[in-house]
Design a protein around this ligand. Structure first.
Ligand code: HEC
Ligand code: HEC
Ligand code: HEC
Ligand code: HEC
Ligand code: HEC
Length: 225
């Protein structure tokens, strides 16, 4: 107690001095740490819908796929053949941009990538957790359009995530896929408004008959393998 009286001016007990270094450390590093925690709670990858990262180049789908009418497969060449949808290499851009806007400032990172051979660091928009399996070719060849899952990309200046891509969302279609199918020639036509000929109606019927058994569509091991 004598010890205490002699230092009664101190509001805090003496042992708190030992905490000082820790307090300084947390004052300096605390806020950023809190931001990181908060950040992960509101991380668009966990809330998903509307996620629209800043891209290294102001590449516009509204211009290229919309106005200019380029087919998705000109750039995303693998969608019919592979599980993943390849983002185009710089060469694809330079097919046009060696001649079109060759001096554009917006295209500086593209020209730099072309010169150095380093890929443009595009930021991934859609990203399922690794434990969920997805396959583009299976969907595209079954007559499921990009628009069902990605929305009107051809009207987006910058791509955002349109749907949750949650398990419930996948299952909503897997329980009832018949009405989501279209002729395969129309899969990248995001404007498509329904069959216009008997041949189209025939193809849809054929695709419907080819669908896997409903039980297989909703079986856990279809998407978790
Ligand atoms: C001229 C080439 C080009 C065309 C044509 C094109 N894209 Fe893309 N696409 C890109 C590039 C480059 C990226 C990566 C940058 C970005 O996200 O904007 C991309 C990204 C995407 C993404 C986001 C990928 C991710 O990171 O999750 C989707 C979805 C997409 N495109 C769909 C489409 C659809 C649908 C069409 C047709 C309507 C289409 N694209 C046409 C070049 C193209
Ligand atoms: C088939 C030809 C073609 C391809 C391939 C192409 N573009 Fe373009 N791009 C154009 C045209 C045409 C314009 C617009 C010209 C105009 O009206 O100003 C344009 C405009 C642009 C602009 C705006 C330039 C400015 O200064 O306003 C950017 C940025 C761009 N493209 C990026 C890309 C990227 C990145 C890729 C590859 C993923 C790509 N383009 C592939 C034809 C193409
Ligand atoms: C049935 C839903 C569905 C359809 C149809 C679909 N996608 Fe995707 N797409 C996804 C999902 C889910 C991802 C995220 C995949 C992952 O993270 O493993 C994705 C990712 C992408 C990516 C990023 C690269 C990748 O493979 O992760 C691009 C580019 C893309 N899609 C383009 C397209 C285009 C172009 C079409 C139409 C030709 C299309 N998608 C049709 C659901 C779909
Ligand atoms: C708009 C409808 C639709 C949506 C949304 C959809 N699917 Fe599918 N999916 C289908 C159809 C149709 C098939 C049957 C394809 C076939 O003929 O094998 C299928 C088949 C599959 C297969 C089996 C592929 C194979 O290799 O045999 C997997 C895996 C799959 N889907 C995963 C997913 C996941 C994961 C999601 C959500 C991120 C999803 N799907 C969203 C319609 C859809
Ligand atoms: C059509 C594809 C599909 C089928 C079928 C499916 N899942 Fe999933 N599952 C997913 C996707 C996609 C995710 C990731 C969702 C996310 O990122 O939020 C997921 C996530 C999960 C998770 C993680 C927790 C959660 O809810 O996000 C569990 C556990 C799970 N699934 C169990 C199952 C079980 C058990 C079955 C069978 C009854 C099943 N899944 C069938 C696509 C599927």
């Amino acid at each position: 107690m004598a010890d205490r009286d002699s230092s009664s001016k101190f509001v805090f007990p003496r042992w708190s001095n030992l905490l000082l270094p820790a307090l300084i450390v947390s004052a300096v590093f605390g806020p950023p740490y809190a931001i990181i925690l908060l950040g992960s709670a509101i991380d668009p990858n966990t809330t998903d819908v509307g996620y629209q990262p800043i891209q290294p180049v102001e590449f516009s789908h509204a211009l290229h796929a919309g106005e200019l009418g380029m087919d998705c497969r000109y750039c995303h060449t693998t969608v019919e053949k592979a599980g993943f949808a390849a983002v185009p290499p710089t060469q694809t851009c330079m097919n046009c941009h060696t001649a079109i806007h060759p001096d554009s400032e917006k295209l500086i990172p593209v020209r730099k990538s072309y010169e150095t051979g380093m890929p443009i660091p595009w930021v991934k928009v859609h990203d399922l957790p690794d434990y969920a399996y997805f396959n583009h070719a299976a969907h595209v060849n079954a007559g499921v359009s990009c628009v069902e899952c990605h929305g009107r990309v051809d009207r987006m200046e910058e791509v955002w995530q349109e749907h949750t891509l949650s398990m419930a969302w996948c299952l909503e279609c897997h329980r009832n896929p018949e009405d989501q199918l279209r002729p395969r020639s129309e899969v990248t036509n995001l404007d498509w408004a329904g069959p216009t000929s008997d041949a189209q109606r025939e193809e849809i019927k054929m695709l419907q008959e080819r669908l896997p058994h409903r039980r297989q569509m909703t079986d856990c091991s279809t998407c978790h393998r």
